[in-house]
Design a protein around this ligand. Structure first.
Ligand code: ADP
Ligand code: MG
Length: 234
């Protein structure tokens, strides 16, 4: 990958559900070791974007490249190529401890100390805690830990702070900002909490009715009159 090139690049992505055009000619670039925020109103196509990139929604046109190589095939194949995602709704198997869930998500053997360190970094309950005693918001963080310990090139996070009390969003943002350097991962963050987005993202892409409304450095995008109008109703 030449220096400065995006690690994940999406070009001309379009998806329709019947007559609903969920995404229309969307371009996205995730910078190497950076965090790209994707924001937009409900129904803008954010989750659909994650579904297409990760291979859960195969019937789309356009291209996705990871490290300059075309990314194709099943979600499992894309995960092996270095692309991981979380879901807006979590999918937790019953009866696991926190540590077992981390390994389940990572799908690999992991030293106990590495798991414990990463859980502590995100302020999660300890590895031996039964998952049934962890609330939904904290479980999502445990899932993020599992994905990070699988050492992907890119992690797609679909509203990871949903379910966390608002006062914990700041702490989560602080940790997320350190993720690229600490785990060697680039992040695409879908999030509707603008304070969190502001505190974490280097660059932003705004989706509106399935189209890219604005894209660029965070400050420029958030000052764009079209974004203010569409996204914040101003
Ligand atoms: P967001 O995550 O930004 O809220 P989504 O990607 O979930 O938006 O949805 C984008 C649009 O596509 C919406 O109009 C939604 O109703 C539609 N949509 C999403 N998934 C499906 C589906 N499986 N079948 C039909 N329509 C869908
Ligand atoms: Mg969504």
């Amino acid at each position: 990958l030449p220096p400065g090139d995006p690690v994940l690049q999406v070009r001309g992505l379009s998806v329709s559900f019947g007559h609903v055009r969920a995404l229309s000619d969307v371009d996205i670039s995730v910078p190497e070791h950076g965090v790209l925020g994707v924001i937009g109103p409900n129904g803008a196509g954010k989750s659909t974007l994650v579904d297409v990139i990760s291979g859960f929604l195969p019937r789309a046109t356009g291209t996705v490249t990871l490290d300059g190589r075309l990314l194709t095939g099943s979600p499992t194949r894309r995960a092996r190529a270095g692309l991981r995602r979380t879901f807006q709704q979590d999918r937790v198997p019953p009866g696991l401890t926190v540590g077992a869930y981390v390994r389940f998500v990572a799908r690999r053997r992991l030293p106990g100390a590495e798991v414990a360190d990463a859980l502590e970094f995100f302020g999660c309950p300890s590895a031996r805690t039964p998952l049934s005693r962890v609330d939904a918001g904290a479980r999502r963080l445990v899932e993020v830990v599992g994905h990070l310990l699988a050492k992907p090139r890119v992690l797609l996070l679909d509203e990871p702070a949903a379910g966390l009390p608002h006062e914990e969003h700041v702490a989560f943002g602080r940790r997320l900002r350190q993720v690229p350097a600490r785990f060697g991962v680039s992040v695409l963050l879908i999030e509707h909490d603008l304070d969190l987005v502001r505190s974490v993202c280097d660059r932003l892409t705004v989706l509106d009715f399935g189209e890219v409304l604005a894209s660029g450095p965070q400050a420029d995008v958030l000052a764009d009159p079209a974004v203010l109008k569409a996204y914040m109703g101003e």
